[in-house]
Design a binder for this molecule. Structure first.
Ligand code: CP
Length: 376
């Protein structure tokens, strides 16, 4: 999947300086393709041992309001490869916990940083709007002080989307199947988890992004595990526009049959995730705990939603590529045997995230990026 910066991509890149990617749905297809070309170029350079310190002596500041292994590591890896200094902070340790607004936080962090990453994914209706308010805080500060710096914000997972994950997933799919995914069936399925009520953003982000590839996307979940209606409407519209298809089924087998790739992972039941919004607003910790237990009890009614050897046998030639954003509940979402077969695959899938984050930072910050990348 070698990439050269063709003139169309160079022209598009020139329009992206200063831009932040808060939802893949906000960017046009040429803009996303330009970003993916840059990520691929960074991957190739890294594999060839060529350094790309395009943002030396700058601060890449990330704030996480939820746990993370891969994304934190990818943020640090991306910043270091660009010559930036990465700093990663636990959101609960900031003054946001004491009522500081998102706009104030954005201004305070942005006045010192040169790129901001945020994870805020647990409560529906909150994460993406928090990021937008933070971005407004930075932007207003930079304008008011006539500061010419660009401080792009990178969505490191919100309540609606997980763009660094889904773009990494797309690059991994392309690495396996080529850049033309038209006519390929891809299953995104709910799977049973006993561990916690997981955010909706990964399946939503996959539905909205993969439906723009001309592929045949089948989303499977038990009744009661619906996703945000606006993301489903966007996925349907995308498929109609890009020549693929998008449909929803309540059967995991139906989704797996003939699929070239399967992405089975858990998320929380829709109604309870909505109940959590009100409990969180009220600061009612006891109710939050009660809702979590009800989510897990609900999940337990669907223990048979597991990615196992029988279901993998239903896929195209019985050999679909298994994807997962990780961490997976091994033994519950997926059998030990299936995971053992794909352990290196899911690590390679995750590794694309470092190059996607590099691309998001570089695209937003570096003037003449296409020329600079070509000269490395
Ligand atoms: N998939 C993913 O975003 O991993 P982390 O939660 O570990 O960052």
């Amino acid at each position: 999947m070698s990439t050269v910066m063709n003139p169309d991509i160079s022209a598009t890149l020139a329009t992206l300086t200063g831009r932040s990617l808060l939802l893949t749905q906000d960017w046009t297809q040429p803009e996303l393709e330009a970003l993916l070309a840059v990520a691929t170029r960074f991957y190739e350079l890294d594999r060839a041992g060529v350094r790309a310190p395009l943002c030396p002596h700058e601060l890449a500041y990330a704030i996480f309001f939820d746990n993370s292994t891969r994304t934190k590591s990818a943020w640090a890896g991306a910043a270091a490869r660009l010559g930036m200094q990465p700093v990663i902070v636990d959101g609960s340790s900031t003054q946001v916990a004491h009522g500081e607004t998102a706009e104030e936080t954005g201004a305070m962090l942005g006045m010192n940083a040169h790129g901001l990453g945020v994870r805020h994914d647990l409560i529906l209706g909150e994460g993406n709007s928090f990021m937008r308010d933070m971005l407004k805080g930075i932007t207003d500060y930079l304008v008011a002080t006539d500061d010419q710096r660009t401080v792009p914000m990178v969505n490191l997972q919100c309540d609606i989307d997980h763009p660094t994950q889904t773009l990494a997933d797309l690059l991994w799919l392309r690495q396996n199947f080529g850049s033309d995914l038209r006519g390929k069936k891809i299953a995104v399925s709910w799977a049973y988890s006993p561990s916690y009520a997981k955010p909706l953003s990964v399946p939503q982000g996959l539905a909205t992004l993969l439906s723009r590839q001309g592929a045949d996307i089948v989303l499977a979940h038990p009744e009661g595990y619906e996703l945000l209606p606006e993301t489903m409407a966007a996925a349907k519209a995308n498929a109609a526009q890009h020549g693929g298809s998008f449909r929803i089924t309540n059967s995991m087998d139906d989704a797996f049959e003939g699929a070239v790739a399967v992405y089975p992972k858990s998320w929380g039941p829709y109604d309870l995730m909505m109940e959590r919004v009100a409990a969180n607003k009220a600061g009612d910790k006891a109710q939050m705990g009660d809702i979590e237990q009800r989510c897990l009890a609900n999940n337990a009614r669907h223990r048979d939603w597991i990615c196992d050897e029988r279901r993998m046998g239903l896929t195209k030639d019985g050999s679909a590529l298994y994807l997962h954003c990780l961490p997976a509940d091994i033994g519950d979402e997926v059998t030990h045997g299936v995971m053992d077969l794909h352990r290196v695959n899911v690590a390679r899938e995750a590794q694309w995230k470092v190059y996607v984050i590099m691309a998001m930072l570089a695209v937003g910050k570096v003037d003449g990026l296409a020329q600079k990348l070509a000269s490395l």
